[in-house]
Design a protein around this ligand. Structure first.
Ligand code: B12
Length: 328
């Protein structure tokens, strides 16, 4: 039952060590732009395959290609990364995926520190490149969100209120992360039409757009057909969407304190609408504690799942998808 899906907090960021080493090993790489495409021979060398195998993959539709005017196959970097992730392929020569110039910017080999620095510098290509590199190296979208991105932003947030450039830097860093996350969407396969639906956002007055964007990407990665209504979404719009669209999962990010009793009442109403429509209601964000306290002891909200992180959301989503598959 939904209540059983509630997860304990996941501990540890041990994987930073692993990814620190991976990034370290990539520091010498030499060239890239995110819109770059690869030739079949570059892709073949990057993965240690023969060119004829790559041609077979493209002919079978397992690897997406663009054709040049002259009819040559070109593989977008995002598609190359998607393929590497989907097949767990070994990157024999990762440099050839073309992340070099970007990773030249990454000096410390520590993803969080590197992310802080390139975000503070406003280095757009490096932000996308570092995220693509981490994903190609095996980090999940959820781990990337909870780790390098959220931790770097937390660090950047500490500049306020001492530094007068803080708000400029926060805004720019947020935009750069959003842009890069949208780019990463291209590197994760799309769910099929039969996939369960998920809808979510952040409520009126909550203008933080990254947490709800992250949740949508994590759900996309967990093969949900997700619709992100974004920040500042009235709760009654979410309630209507639950009734009209019948999603299996509704998410809400709460990054601002609840503002009024009427907002609290609307939130409880939304949880009830979700319950009546057999929709799991997954809530997370810096200010979820208050929701937990107002719904405490209320049996009717057994569909409510409170998560602390994107990694937890991913686990919950996979459990829900599995339980739905068994029900079918
Ligand atoms: C970027 C930012 C801004 C931007 C927002 C841009 C935008 N449109 O999104 C701007 C500049 C506008 C801004 C403004 C303000 N901000 Co501000 N901001 C931040 C900053 C640096 C990053 C926020 C962010 O997006 N983080 C990334 C998200 C993804 O991380 P997260 O919220 O921790 O979410 C994680 C989990 O909670 C969870 N999660 C979140 N949602 C969900 C949902 C689900 C379903 C699940 C499962 C999990 C989940 O997973 C996430 C990833 O691990 C934070 C610093 C920080 N500590 O986060 C400060 C911070 C939040 N801001 C703060 C403040 C004080 C303000 C201002 C009041 C002051 C100011 N700077 O002018 C204003 C006004 C805000 C308002 N109410 O109007 C404080 C809040 C302090 C508090 N007590 O709450 C912080 C903590 C900075 C600080 N150190 O003081 N801010």
């Amino acid at each position: 039952m939904p209540g059983d899906v509630r997860l304990r907090t996941l501990t540890g960021f041990l994987f930073w060590l692993k990814f620190g080493i991976l990034v370290e090993s990539a520091k010498s790489i030499t060239s890239m732009t995110t819109s770059r495409t690869l030739s079949t021979s570059e892709f073949a060398r990057a993965l240690g395959l023969s060119e004829s195998s790559v041609r077979r993959l493209t002919d079978a539709g397992d690897l997406g290609v663009h054709r040049t005017r002259g009819g040559h196959r070109r593989i977008p970097v995002s598609e190359a990364i998607r393929y590497v992730r989907a097949t767990n392929a070994n990157l024999v020569e990762p440099d050839l995926l073309g992340m070099g110039r970007v990773l030249d910017q990454v000096k410390s080999g520590k993803p969080v520190e590197d992310m802080v620095r390139i975000l503070e510098e406003g280095h757009a290509t490096a932000v996308i490149g570092l995220m693509q590199w981490l994903i190609a190296s095996g980090m999940s979208i959820a781990e990337l969100c909870d780790g390098p991105i959220a931790l770097a932003l937390r660090h950047i947030g500490e500049r306020w209120p001492h530094d007068k450039r803080a708000i400029f830097i926060e805004h720019r860093a947020t935009i750069l992360c959003g842009r890069a996350l949208n780019q990463l969407r291209l590197s994760i396969g799309s769910p099929d039409d039969e996939a369960p639906k998920a809808i979510g956002g952040a409520m009126t007055g909550d203008m933080y757009f990254l947490p709800t964007l992250m949740a949508s990407l994590v759900l996309h990665d967990a093969r949900f057909n997700e619709t992100n209504l974004g920040p500042n979404t009235p709760l009654d719009v979410l309630a209507d969407a639950v009734v009209d669209e019948q999603p299996k999962l509704l998410w809400l990010s709460i990054s601002e304190p609840l503002r009024s009793n009427s907002q609290r009442a609307e939130l409880i109403k939304l949880a009830k609408v979700a319950e009546q429509n057999r929709t799991f209601f997954v809530v997370g964000g810096r200010h979820t504690d208050e929701l937990a306290s107002i719904t405490k002891g209320n049996d009717s909200q057994s569909n409510l799942i409170i998560c602390k992180s994107m990694v937890e959301l991913r686990e919950v989503a996979i459990r829900i998808a599995n339980s739905l598959a068994i029900e079918k």
